[in-house]
Design a protein around this ligand. Structure first.
Ligand code: G1P
Length: 301
């Protein structure tokens, strides 16, 4: 992170994981969607790994009653470790120790589903004086390849304020997102943000740059979150807190990510991510590719 100082970098990642997972019912009656496996690894481990790679040393999972399994996943399992150790299963042992070893995990509780802004606000009591900025990672979004958070930290070191990740999305598909009003900077991948609107109709979208689930937010966002009212969908929106900060002169930039993205928040997107990861997997990839080719060839006939 060239130029980053302890003032401008971050150590805490907030991961909102309190949602009901309605799009994955009936499975989410019993299993939180964040634990569904992308090949063999829960989506939230991929996100925790990304946060740790970018320098986070702790993760605050915002959870809701009944979703304790998400934080449990990051705890040690002494009995299982002992059983695997005594059978000499060293590779599996390393796999189950991986998540607890990534970073320190804490939880914050969101008792009512009042929106993403409300979820993030619940993590404020977990912060300390060292947290001048926090990263927020939405576990529904896989941003590939990883590394955008490090670039975002560089941009905060240079410009101050808050930095978000944007994807360029066709206008007719922009409505499910928070959308930025931007102007260019001297870096083609970095834009200055002048406003932000949550879930606009396509003809009201200020640009085709949409928020993609990665935020590096100045601590000032927690004060803004206390001053917003219900927005899109009647919920307290993180977008509205960012928009309020911008209107008060707080610098906000986006890093435009030119890579890929998977939406793990619905079965169709999840399946695509799983197939994408499985095709690259040395154990499952070759057989899956062969089967898929046959399967698709068969359907086309
Ligand atoms: C949330 C944010 C939105 C952002 C999106 C990215 O929306 O509110 O601004 O663009 O995540 O996935 P949600 O998907 O929770 O409706």
């Amino acid at each position: 992170m060239t130029g980053a100082t302890s003032e401008t970098t971050f150590r805490t990642a907030i991961v909102p994981a309190a949602g009901l997972g309605t799009r994955f019912l009936p499975t989410t009656k019993a299993v939180p969607k964040e634990l569904l496996p992308v090949v063999d690894t829960p989506g939230i481990e991929l996100v925790a790994d990304e946060a740790a790679q970018a320098g986070a040393s702790r993760m605050v999972i915002v959870t809701s009653p009944g979703k304790e399994a998400v934080a449990d996943y990051f705890r040690d399992s002494p009995e299982l470790e002992h059983a695997l150790e005594s059978k000499g299963k060293t590779e599996l042992l390393a796999r189950i120790r991986r998540a607890p070893g990534l970073l320190d995990v804490e939880t914050a509780l969101q008792e009512q589903a009042l929106g993403l802004g409300h979820a993030v606000a619940q993590a404020e009591p977990n912060l300390t004086d060292d947290d001048a900025a926090v990263a927020v990672l939405l576990p529904d979004d896989l941003v590939l390849p990883t590394g955008v958070l490090s670039k975002m930290a560089e941009v905060r070191a240079r410009h101050g304020g808050s930095v978000l990740c944007a994807f360029d999305i066709p206008k007719d598909r922009i409505s499910p997102y928070g959308v930025f009003d931007v102007s260019d900077t001297d870096d083609g991948d970095v834009k200055r943000v002048h406003g932000m609107v949550e879930k606009p109709a396509p003809d009201e979208a200020p640009s085709t740059y949409a928020a993609a689930g990665r935020y590096l937010l100045d601590r000032a966002v927690f004060d803004a979150l206390k001053r917003i009212g219900p927005g899109s969908g009647g919920e307290l929106q993180l977008t509205d807190a960012v928009a309020l900060l911008i209107s008060e002169g707080h610098p906000v930039h986006v890093v435009v990510h030119r890579g890929g993205r998977h939406d793990l928040g619905n079965p169709g997107g999840f399946l695509r991510a799983a197939v994408d990861f499985a095709l690259d997997d040395p154990e499952y990839g070759p057989a899956l590719r062969e089967w898929l080719t046959d399967r698709i060839g068969g359907t086309a006939d």
